[in-house]
Write a protein that binds this ligand. Structure first.
Ligand code: C2E
Ligand code: MG
Ligand code: MG
Length: 337
């Protein structure tokens, strides 16, 4: 290559070619790539380092999402070091059972009654302090830790569902599923087994996937989701409005719940564009007979807007942050914790 720009334009061309779907056995199969770039002699002059740097850059590209490229930089070295540290500590935390699953109530807009909860991971590390899921989930995804981590989340959520059922306060619990988990062929079997082991009813488990996960492999997504619905689970589309699901595609998925992303809620009722988008999401959900959950409701004004516009359920700090299971139990029994 004569220049950095030339290498980048080759990377872009490769990604475009890789991104085109292939039609195989009557199915559209999507492929993609992630490209890391390192340059001789600017980045380093030895061949081993240049491969390592390109590899680091590739992981950086993966973290940015599918189908991206990234160039090595010294900053990246720092970032890679951080990621590695996070990886090591996260692995230890998983093995030692140091992670927690908390539950954020989902509440009826009309009556303030708790109608469900979303299970959310929490990790407090002795060295790093509180590490938010937005930081460690992407690392878990690129290092393979996401599968053991997700198994633990599923197991723990199912046991909690069973505990609330047995206590006479059954509650629907939503669990976030990652793309990799979803890509496992035996994924519906895993869910069925976890429910069975815990003695939990399938209708109390809600599978939350993001639009992006659902869209990344549309045919497989539909098959997997159908199998989960056949078990009795319900399916929610998380962060709705941030992706680009087409209406036709949405109709083809067995989704029964749409979660409106916090990004649209946060400036209500003032942001003119957000008002428009939220109203159209509500109208869309009603026309498809889907239940709506608004995420990240922090103020009475936001709640008033949702009530006036017919959104039936919300979750957010206005009602409660994610709670320890025992604290939520007290609230379910009508006892303040
Ligand atoms: P998400 O599924 O969209 O979860 C909602 C996020 O909004 C949570 O952040 C929650 O704490 C936050 N939130 C709720 N109410 C409010 C509010 O009123 N104001 C504000 N500012 N934020 C609010 P959290 O717990 O940090 O989780 C972030 C993301 O990490 C989740 O987004 C989800 O994508 C992922 N995640 C969390 N737990 C798991 C898990 O067990 N498995 C997987 N695969 N992903 C998880
Ligand atoms: Mg979620
Ligand atoms: Mg969300």
């Amino acid at each position: 290559m004569e220049s950095t720009d030339e290498a980048i334009s080759v990377a872009e061309k490769l990604l475009t070619v890789l991104d085109a779907p292939h039609h195989l056995l009557n199915q559209d199969v999507h492929t993609g790539g992630s490209i890391g770039l390192a340059f001789y002699p600017d980045d380093t002059q030895d061949s081993e380092s240049i491969l390592r740097y390109a590899d680091m850059a590739m992981y950086q590209a993966k973290e940015a999402g599918r189908g991206a490229y990234a160039c090595y930089s010294a900053q990246l070295d720092h970032h890679a070091h951080e990621t590695m540290q996070l990886h090591v500590r996260l692995k230890e935390a998983i093995n030692r059972g140091k992670l927690k699953l908390l539950f954020q109530p989902q509440v009826s807009v009309g009556s303030d009654e708790i109608v469900g909860a979303e299970a959310l991971l929490r990790w407090h590390d002795e060295v790093l302090g509180d590490v938010p899921p937005m930081r460690f989930i992407p690392v878990a995804e690129t290092t393979g830790l996401i599968l053991p981590l997700s198994d633990w989340v599923l197991e723990t959520a199912c046991r909690q569902i069973a505990a609330w059922e047995q206590a006479g306060t059954p509650l629907r619990v939503a669990v976030n599923f990652s793309a990799q988990q979803f890509r496992q062929r035996n994924f519906p079997d895993k869910v069925r087994d976890a429910l069975k082991r815990a003695g939990a009813s399938a209708h109390l488990l809600e599978i939350e996937i993001t639009e992006t996960v659902a869209m990344s492999q549309p045919m497989q997504a539909r098959e997997q989701l159908n199998a989960l619905v056949a078990l009795g689970c319900s399916v929610a589309l998380d962060d709705f409005g941030t992706g680009y699901s087409s209406l036709a595609y949405l109709k083809a998925l067995p989704v029964s719940i749409l979660k409106i992303d916090r990004d649209f809620i946060k400036d209500l009722p003032h942001g003119t564009n957000d008002v428009k988008i939220t109203k159209s999401i509500i109208a869309l959900a009603h026309s498809l007979e889907l239940t709506l959950v608004a995420e990240g409701v922090e103020t009475d004004e936001q709640l008033d807007f949702l009530r006036a516009n017919g959104c039936e359920t919300y979750q957010g700090w206005l009602f409660a942050k994610a709670l320890e299971a025992s604290d939520l139990s007290s609230r379910l029994c009508g006892v303040e914790a």
